[in-house]
Ligand binder design. Structure first.
Ligand code: FES
Length: 234
């Protein structure tokens, strides 16, 4: 089966999404909430593309590819939407890269550079939730969370721990552990899966804060020291 992306003819198999087809053919589409092998949530909308004949922009991570489809990934309309989404995200919380432990290893930061957008377009809301620093492993800074939900999927679909989920509603929405307790009081086993998939600085390694930025560290393969099963992790 075939479709056209940016005037390039791409072959695909039934069941593939537009994003998967584009990626397989070396065409870049930015993503934030997309986690391979997990159910697409379409939460962030940064992956929107223009599909000829469709009235609205389409989230490519969730939209199935169909025969004869004509797709534009960097049209004027797409770029305008992407920049607005990035501006909204950057002003939704405390995205001060100079002081962020994820600086240099942050997808939101790299996309802001790529599309030439910064903070200050919208009024930044006051932080509603205090950072959680009370355990020795993971720091949760809710003011940097973009609610992409990758940590929730990593916990619930990849590790099947089901320790965290979305909580509250509207502007008060946050990722909660249990009934909004701390990670230490919840079913969290501190496997670190959530930490590895967080695309921003909302989750960081406790010991690394103030000592090293993620971009200054090097991942190594090691045995998880926590539960004794002996899983290998980065
Ligand atoms: Fe597609 Fe977030 S990556 S909606």
């Amino acid at each position: 089966m075939e479709l056209t992306i940016n005037d390039i003819t791409c072959t695909f198999a039934p069941g593939q999404t537009i994003l998967e087809v584009a990626t397989a053919h070396g065409i870049f589409i930015p993503t934030l909430c997309h986690l391979p092998n997990c159910t697409p949530t379409g939460a962030c909308r940064i992956c929107v593309v223009e599909v000829w004949g469709a009235r609205t922009l389409v989230a490519s991570c969730a939209a199935p590819a169909t025969e004869g489809m004509i797709v534009g990934t960097e049209t004027e309309r797409v770029l305008r939407a992407r920049k607005t989404i990035l501006r909204l995200m950057l002003d939704s919380g405390n995205h001060d890269c100079l002081l962020c432990p994820a600086a240099g290893d942050c997808v939101l930061q790299s996309l802001a550079f790529r599309y030439g957008v910064g903070t200050g377009t919208f009024e930044r809301p006051k932080p509603r939730h205090r950072p959680e620093t009370g355990n020795p492993f993971i720091v949760r800074d809710f003011s940097k969370c973009i609610l992409c939900g990758r940590c929730v999927q990593a916990c619930n679909e990849v590790q099947v721990n089901e320790a965290i989920d979305y909580g509250y509603r509207g502007a008060a929405t946050k990722i909660v552990a249990g009934c909004d307790s701390t990670l230490a009081e919840s079913d969290c086993v501190f496997c670190g899966e959530c930490l590895q998939v967080c695309p921003v600085g909302a989750l960081s390694i406790h010991d690394a804060r103030g000592k090293a930025r993620l971009c200054e560290t090097r991942p190594v393969r090691t045995t998880c020291p926590y539960c004794g099963v002996g899983c290998q992790m980065d």
